[in-house]
Design a protein around this ligand. Structure first.
Ligand code: CO8
Length: 272
Protein backbone atom coordinates (compact mmCIF):
# COMPACT_ATOMS: atom_id res chain seq x y z
CA UNK A 1 0.00 0.00 0.00
CA UNK A 2 1.39 3.40 -1.04
CA UNK A 3 2.08 6.06 1.58
CA UNK A 4 0.96 9.59 0.77
CA UNK A 5 4.47 10.83 -0.20
CA UNK A 6 4.91 7.97 -2.70
CA UNK A 7 1.36 8.52 -3.93
CA UNK A 8 2.12 12.18 -4.66
CA UNK A 9 5.32 11.35 -6.48
CA UNK A 10 3.45 8.75 -8.56
CA UNK A 11 0.92 11.44 -9.51
CA UNK A 12 3.55 14.12 -10.19
CA UNK A 13 3.61 13.37 -13.93
CA UNK A 14 -0.06 14.34 -14.36
CA UNK A 15 -0.57 17.46 -16.43
CA UNK A 16 -3.82 18.84 -15.05
CA UNK A 17 -3.70 17.75 -11.41
CA UNK A 18 -1.39 18.75 -8.60
CA UNK A 19 -0.99 16.27 -5.75
CA UNK A 20 0.50 17.31 -2.42
CA UNK A 21 0.82 15.61 0.95
CA UNK A 22 -0.81 17.44 3.82
CA UNK A 23 -1.92 16.92 7.45
CA UNK A 24 1.50 15.58 8.42
CA UNK A 25 1.63 13.22 5.46
CA UNK A 26 -1.66 11.53 6.31
CA UNK A 27 -3.82 13.25 3.69
CA UNK A 28 -3.58 14.23 0.04
CA UNK A 29 -4.57 17.56 -1.45
CA UNK A 30 -5.56 17.15 -5.08
CA UNK A 31 -5.88 20.35 -7.09
CA UNK A 32 -7.47 20.58 -10.52
CA UNK A 33 -4.89 22.79 -12.13
CA UNK A 34 -6.30 24.50 -15.19
CA UNK A 35 -6.99 28.01 -13.89
CA UNK A 36 -6.92 29.63 -17.34
CA UNK A 37 -10.14 27.71 -18.14
CA UNK A 38 -11.63 27.94 -14.63
CA UNK A 39 -10.42 24.34 -14.08
CA UNK A 40 -12.98 23.07 -16.60
CA UNK A 41 -13.07 19.31 -17.07
CA UNK A 42 -12.14 18.14 -20.55
CA UNK A 43 -11.77 14.41 -21.34
CA UNK A 44 -8.05 14.57 -20.47
CA UNK A 45 -8.74 16.03 -17.01
CA UNK A 46 -11.41 13.39 -16.39
CA UNK A 47 -8.94 10.65 -17.37
CA UNK A 48 -6.35 12.09 -14.97
CA UNK A 49 -8.92 12.26 -12.16
CA UNK A 50 -9.68 8.57 -12.73
CA UNK A 51 -5.94 7.78 -12.58
CA UNK A 52 -5.54 9.78 -9.37
CA UNK A 53 -8.55 8.21 -7.65
CA UNK A 54 -7.36 4.70 -8.57
CA UNK A 55 -3.95 5.49 -7.05
CA UNK A 56 -5.53 6.96 -3.90
CA UNK A 57 -7.56 3.77 -3.59
CA UNK A 58 -4.26 1.84 -3.37
CA UNK A 59 -2.81 4.18 -0.75
CA UNK A 60 -3.07 4.65 2.97
CA UNK A 61 -4.25 8.27 2.67
CA UNK A 62 -6.76 8.94 5.43
CA UNK A 63 -8.35 11.94 3.75
CA UNK A 64 -8.45 13.62 0.35
CA UNK A 65 -8.98 17.34 -0.06
CA UNK A 66 -10.12 18.19 -3.58
CA UNK A 67 -9.88 21.78 -4.74
CA UNK A 68 -9.31 24.03 -7.75
CA UNK A 69 -6.30 26.14 -8.71
CA UNK A 70 -6.48 29.91 -8.68
CA UNK A 71 -8.77 32.25 -6.83
CA UNK A 72 -11.89 32.16 -8.98
CA UNK A 73 -13.02 28.61 -9.45
CA UNK A 74 -13.22 25.20 -7.88
CA UNK A 75 -14.29 23.76 -11.24
CA UNK A 76 -16.59 25.71 -13.61
CA UNK A 77 -17.97 22.59 -15.25
CA UNK A 78 -17.27 20.27 -18.10
CA UNK A 79 -15.30 21.94 -20.87
CA UNK A 80 -17.94 23.71 -22.96
CA UNK A 81 -15.53 24.33 -25.83
CA UNK A 82 -14.78 20.59 -26.04
CA UNK A 83 -18.54 19.89 -26.22
CA UNK A 84 -19.29 22.20 -29.15
CA UNK A 85 -18.27 19.59 -31.75
CA UNK A 86 -19.05 16.38 -29.88
CA UNK A 87 -21.23 13.74 -31.47
CA UNK A 88 -23.89 11.98 -29.39
CA UNK A 89 -21.64 8.91 -29.19
CA UNK A 90 -18.71 10.99 -27.94
CA UNK A 91 -20.99 12.75 -25.43
CA UNK A 92 -22.14 9.37 -24.15
CA UNK A 93 -18.51 8.26 -23.76
CA UNK A 94 -17.58 11.53 -22.00
CA UNK A 95 -20.54 11.38 -19.61
CA UNK A 96 -19.84 7.76 -18.72
CA UNK A 97 -16.12 8.42 -18.20
CA UNK A 98 -16.97 11.25 -15.79
CA UNK A 99 -19.59 9.20 -13.99
CA UNK A 100 -17.16 6.30 -13.61
CA UNK A 101 -14.36 8.50 -12.26
CA UNK A 102 -16.66 10.28 -9.79
CA UNK A 103 -18.13 6.96 -8.62
CA UNK A 104 -14.61 5.67 -8.01
CA UNK A 105 -13.97 8.77 -5.92
CA UNK A 106 -17.24 8.39 -4.04
CA UNK A 107 -16.30 4.83 -3.10
CA UNK A 108 -12.77 5.62 -1.85
CA UNK A 109 -12.33 4.26 1.65
CA UNK A 110 -10.76 7.50 2.90
CA UNK A 111 -12.79 10.60 3.76
CA UNK A 112 -13.11 13.14 0.94
CA UNK A 113 -13.63 16.89 1.27
CA UNK A 114 -14.50 19.17 -1.63
CA UNK A 115 -12.88 22.52 -0.84
CA UNK A 116 -15.00 24.77 -3.04
CA UNK A 117 -12.91 27.91 -3.38
CA UNK A 118 -14.94 29.65 -6.11
CA UNK A 119 -17.34 28.61 -8.87
CA UNK A 120 -18.56 25.00 -8.64
CA UNK A 121 -20.78 24.78 -11.68
CA UNK A 122 -22.16 21.95 -13.77
CA UNK A 123 -19.61 19.12 -13.80
CA UNK A 124 -17.74 21.00 -11.05
CA UNK A 125 -20.67 20.79 -8.65
CA UNK A 126 -21.21 17.19 -9.75
CA UNK A 127 -17.59 16.48 -8.78
CA UNK A 128 -18.12 18.10 -5.37
CA UNK A 129 -21.33 16.11 -4.90
CA UNK A 130 -19.31 12.91 -5.17
CA UNK A 131 -17.26 13.95 -2.12
CA UNK A 132 -18.25 13.16 1.48
CA UNK A 133 -18.43 16.81 2.50
CA UNK A 134 -18.44 20.21 0.82
CA UNK A 135 -16.79 23.21 2.46
CA UNK A 136 -17.02 26.53 0.62
CA UNK A 137 -15.69 30.07 0.73
CA UNK A 138 -18.18 32.89 1.33
CA UNK A 139 -17.63 34.00 -2.26
CA UNK A 140 -18.22 30.59 -3.86
CA UNK A 141 -21.14 30.11 -6.22
CA UNK A 142 -22.69 26.74 -6.93
CA UNK A 143 -25.14 25.59 -9.54
CA UNK A 144 -26.06 23.25 -12.34
CA UNK A 145 -26.42 25.64 -15.30
CA UNK A 146 -26.49 22.95 -17.99
CA UNK A 147 -30.03 23.80 -19.19
CA UNK A 148 -28.73 27.28 -20.10
CA UNK A 149 -26.55 25.47 -22.64
CA UNK A 150 -29.32 23.19 -23.90
CA UNK A 151 -27.85 20.32 -21.88
CA UNK A 152 -28.61 18.46 -18.68
CA UNK A 153 -26.14 17.41 -15.98
CA UNK A 154 -24.25 14.37 -17.22
CA UNK A 155 -21.79 13.50 -14.44
CA UNK A 156 -24.38 12.31 -11.91
CA UNK A 157 -25.98 15.67 -11.01
CA UNK A 158 -29.57 14.68 -11.74
CA UNK A 159 -29.11 11.73 -9.38
CA UNK A 160 -26.86 12.98 -6.56
CA UNK A 161 -28.31 16.47 -6.13
CA UNK A 162 -31.81 15.16 -5.37
CA UNK A 163 -30.31 12.72 -2.88
CA UNK A 164 -28.45 15.60 -1.25
CA UNK A 165 -31.04 18.40 -1.10
CA UNK A 166 -34.34 16.64 -1.87
CA UNK A 167 -36.36 16.43 -5.05
CA UNK A 168 -37.94 19.88 -5.15
CA UNK A 169 -34.76 21.82 -4.41
CA UNK A 170 -32.92 19.72 -6.99
CA UNK A 171 -35.60 20.39 -9.60
CA UNK A 172 -35.41 24.12 -8.87
CA UNK A 173 -31.61 24.15 -9.24
CA UNK A 174 -31.57 21.99 -12.38
CA UNK A 175 -34.54 23.63 -14.14
CA UNK A 176 -33.50 27.24 -13.37
CA UNK A 177 -29.79 26.76 -13.98
CA UNK A 178 -29.27 29.53 -11.43
CA UNK A 179 -26.07 30.09 -9.46
CA UNK A 180 -26.49 29.90 -5.67
CA UNK A 181 -24.41 31.70 -3.09
CA UNK A 182 -22.50 29.50 -0.65
CA UNK A 183 -24.72 30.64 2.25
CA UNK A 184 -27.87 29.60 0.34
CA UNK A 185 -26.27 26.27 -0.54
CA UNK A 186 -25.48 25.74 3.13
CA UNK A 187 -29.04 26.51 4.10
CA UNK A 188 -30.30 23.80 1.78
CA UNK A 189 -27.81 21.26 3.14
CA UNK A 190 -25.69 21.10 0.00
CA UNK A 191 -22.67 22.72 1.65
CA UNK A 192 -21.51 21.70 5.14
CA UNK A 193 -19.73 24.89 6.20
CA UNK A 194 -18.90 28.29 4.74
CA UNK A 195 -15.75 30.26 5.67
CA UNK A 196 -14.21 33.61 4.74
CA UNK A 197 -11.63 33.34 1.94
CA UNK A 198 -8.81 34.36 4.31
CA UNK A 199 -9.33 31.48 6.73
CA UNK A 200 -10.70 28.93 4.28
CA UNK A 201 -7.58 26.82 3.69
CA UNK A 202 -6.82 26.70 7.42
CA UNK A 203 -10.39 25.58 8.19
CA UNK A 204 -10.26 22.87 5.53
CA UNK A 205 -6.92 21.62 6.92
CA UNK A 206 -8.35 21.71 10.44
CA UNK A 207 -11.24 19.43 9.54
CA UNK A 208 -8.97 17.12 7.51
CA UNK A 209 -6.48 16.94 10.39
CA UNK A 210 -9.25 16.07 12.85
CA UNK A 211 -10.45 13.27 10.56
CA UNK A 212 -6.86 12.00 10.12
CA UNK A 213 -6.46 11.77 13.90
CA UNK A 214 -9.49 9.52 14.33
CA UNK A 215 -9.34 5.76 13.86
CA UNK A 216 -8.75 5.25 10.12
CA UNK A 217 -10.48 1.86 10.06
CA UNK A 218 -13.40 3.33 11.94
CA UNK A 219 -13.71 6.11 9.34
CA UNK A 220 -13.56 3.51 6.58
CA UNK A 221 -16.25 1.35 8.17
CA UNK A 222 -18.46 4.34 8.98
CA UNK A 223 -18.18 5.57 5.40
CA UNK A 224 -18.99 2.15 4.01
CA UNK A 225 -21.99 1.77 6.34
CA UNK A 226 -23.37 5.17 5.33
CA UNK A 227 -22.77 4.55 1.60
CA UNK A 228 -24.21 1.05 1.54
CA UNK A 229 -27.05 1.69 3.93
CA UNK A 230 -28.50 5.10 3.19
CA UNK A 231 -30.84 4.08 0.38
CA UNK A 232 -31.42 0.52 1.66
CA UNK A 233 -34.43 -0.43 3.80
CA UNK A 234 -33.73 0.51 7.45
CA UNK A 235 -33.40 -3.09 8.63
CA UNK A 236 -30.85 -3.81 5.91
CA UNK A 237 -28.95 -0.65 6.89
CA UNK A 238 -28.96 -1.67 10.55
CA UNK A 239 -27.57 -5.05 9.64
CA UNK A 240 -24.80 -3.43 7.55
CA UNK A 241 -23.98 -1.20 10.52
CA UNK A 242 -23.82 -4.11 12.99
CA UNK A 243 -21.53 -6.03 10.60
CA UNK A 244 -19.06 -3.13 10.24
CA UNK A 245 -19.30 -2.27 13.95
CA UNK A 246 -18.38 -5.79 15.00
CA UNK A 247 -15.65 -6.15 12.35
CA UNK A 248 -13.76 -3.36 14.07
CA UNK A 249 -13.39 -5.57 17.14
CA UNK A 250 -10.81 -7.60 15.17
CA UNK A 251 -8.61 -4.49 14.92
CA UNK A 252 -5.75 -3.20 17.05
CA UNK A 253 -7.17 0.31 16.69
CA UNK A 254 -10.41 -0.65 18.44
CA UNK A 255 -8.43 -2.02 21.41
CA UNK A 256 -6.17 1.05 21.41
CA UNK A 257 -9.02 3.57 21.16
CA UNK A 258 -11.08 2.14 23.99
CA UNK A 259 -8.06 1.45 26.21
CA UNK A 260 -6.69 4.97 25.66
CA UNK A 261 -10.02 6.38 26.86
CA UNK A 262 -9.90 4.30 30.02
CA UNK A 263 -6.24 5.24 30.61
CA UNK A 264 -7.06 8.93 30.01
CA UNK A 265 -4.53 9.40 27.20
CA UNK A 266 -4.67 10.20 23.47
CA UNK A 267 -5.02 7.10 21.26
CA UNK A 268 -2.24 6.13 18.83
CA UNK A 269 -4.07 4.67 15.85
CA UNK A 270 -2.05 2.65 13.33
CA UNK A 271 -4.78 1.69 10.89
CA UNK A 272 -4.65 -2.01 11.74
N1 CO8 B 1 -15.59 25.25 -20.15
C1 CO8 B 1 -14.61 25.78 -20.87
N2 CO8 B 1 -14.06 26.97 -20.60
C2 CO8 B 1 -14.54 27.66 -19.55
C3 CO8 B 1 -15.57 27.16 -18.74
C4 CO8 B 1 -16.10 25.87 -19.07
N3 CO8 B 1 -17.05 25.28 -18.34
N4 CO8 B 1 -15.85 28.05 -17.79
C5 CO8 B 1 -15.01 29.08 -17.99
N5 CO8 B 1 -14.21 28.85 -19.06
C6 CO8 B 1 -13.19 29.71 -19.63
C7 CO8 B 1 -13.80 30.88 -20.41
O1 CO8 B 1 -14.18 30.48 -21.69
C8 CO8 B 1 -12.66 31.85 -20.39
O2 CO8 B 1 -11.70 31.45 -21.35
P1 CO8 B 1 -11.15 32.54 -22.45
O3 CO8 B 1 -10.41 33.54 -21.60
O4 CO8 B 1 -10.26 31.71 -23.31
O5 CO8 B 1 -12.35 33.10 -23.10
C9 CO8 B 1 -12.02 31.64 -19.02
O6 CO8 B 1 -12.45 30.33 -18.59
C10 CO8 B 1 -12.47 32.65 -18.00
O7 CO8 B 1 -13.88 32.64 -17.98
P2 CO8 B 1 -14.78 33.96 -18.08
O8 CO8 B 1 -14.08 35.00 -18.88
O9 CO8 B 1 -16.15 33.57 -18.52
O10 CO8 B 1 -14.77 34.41 -16.54
P3 CO8 B 1 -15.92 35.21 -15.76
O11 CO8 B 1 -15.32 35.53 -14.44
O12 CO8 B 1 -16.46 36.31 -16.57
O13 CO8 B 1 -17.10 34.13 -15.58
C11 CO8 B 1 -18.05 31.98 -15.03
C12 CO8 B 1 -16.90 32.99 -14.80
C13 CO8 B 1 -19.33 32.55 -14.45
C14 CO8 B 1 -17.65 30.70 -14.31
C15 CO8 B 1 -18.24 31.73 -16.55
O14 CO8 B 1 -16.97 31.40 -17.10
C16 CO8 B 1 -19.19 30.62 -16.87
O15 CO8 B 1 -20.39 30.81 -16.84
N6 CO8 B 1 -18.65 29.43 -17.22
C17 CO8 B 1 -19.45 28.31 -17.65
C18 CO8 B 1 -20.19 27.66 -16.51
C19 CO8 B 1 -21.05 26.53 -17.00
O16 CO8 B 1 -22.00 26.71 -17.73
N7 CO8 B 1 -20.71 25.28 -16.57
C20 CO8 B 1 -21.45 24.10 -16.96
C21 CO8 B 1 -20.79 23.48 -18.14
S1 CO8 B 1 -21.72 22.12 -18.79
C22 CO8 B 1 -21.33 20.84 -17.74
O17 CO8 B 1 -20.62 21.00 -16.79
C23 CO8 B 1 -21.93 19.52 -18.07
C24 CO8 B 1 -21.39 18.40 -17.18
C25 CO8 B 1 -21.77 17.04 -17.71
C26 CO8 B 1 -21.03 16.74 -18.99
C27 CO8 B 1 -21.45 15.41 -19.56
C28 CO8 B 1 -20.63 15.02 -20.74
C29 CO8 B 1 -21.30 15.10 -22.06
Amino acid sequence: MLNVESLCSRLSSLKWLKAEATCGGLAIRLTVNRPEAMNALNPEVIAELATAFAAIKDSNARCMILTGAGEKAFVAGADIKAMTTMTAAQADEFARAGQKAFRLMEQLSCATIAAVNGFALGGGLELALGCDMILATETAKLGLPEVSLGLIPGFGGTQRLARSVGLNRAREMVFSGNFYKAAEAREMGLVNQVYPVETFQAEVEKLATTICQRGPLAIRMAKQAILDGWDAPLDVGMSIEAKHFSELFHSKDQKEGTLAFVQKRAPQFIGE
